[in-house]
Design a protein around this ligand. Sequence first.
Ligand code: SF4
Ligand code: SF4
Length: 184
Amino acid sequence: MKSNGKGASTDLRISAGEVPRPEALGALFSANKAFLHKSIRQLAKINPRELDSVVHNLHEQAFSFYDCLDCANCCRSISPAISHNDVDGMARKLKMRPSEMVSRYLQIDGDGDFVFHAAPCPFIDADNYCSIYSHRPKACREYPHTDRSRFYQLLNLSLKNAGICPVVYAILMKLSNHYSPKNR
Ligand code: SF4
Ligand code: SF4
């Protein structure tokens, strides 16, 4: 591992073989959940700029070879939080009134957010394409959040997402192995 001279380690490499197939993720996540849970506390101590730099670099690498169309785990297992703006956009795409969009597809979850009333998402097709892609909710566009700033604030969420998204799992495993105290 080399430094870029600004204190940020940007040379961490991730290979295709380190990102599991979606069907293999459950068992791998179960086997490593305790390790990841423990290492999250270590990752929270890293300089936030360094952590962002490393995570964004790993995100770019992983999504350069990993195709979401071969996965769709997120669309099939969780619902994004859906805002009123999202409702308006999806209703426009579907050429229906927002109230009809809500009654046909949405419910309110325990946090008071709109969510899809069922998983898999009603808009995922058999080939893993999103039928409302141009008007999908903001949370769908941002998932899995590994290119967001202040990643240290997303560590606990990312631990949860590591059980859903193979790329998040691979990134957290890479970070955890690299930053574990025995490697420092
Ligand atoms: S709206 Fe599209 S991107 Fe969002 S969960 Fe549904 S299928 Fe996936
Ligand atoms: S964001 Fe993650 S879980 Fe969703 S389709 Fe892409 S690789 Fe799979």
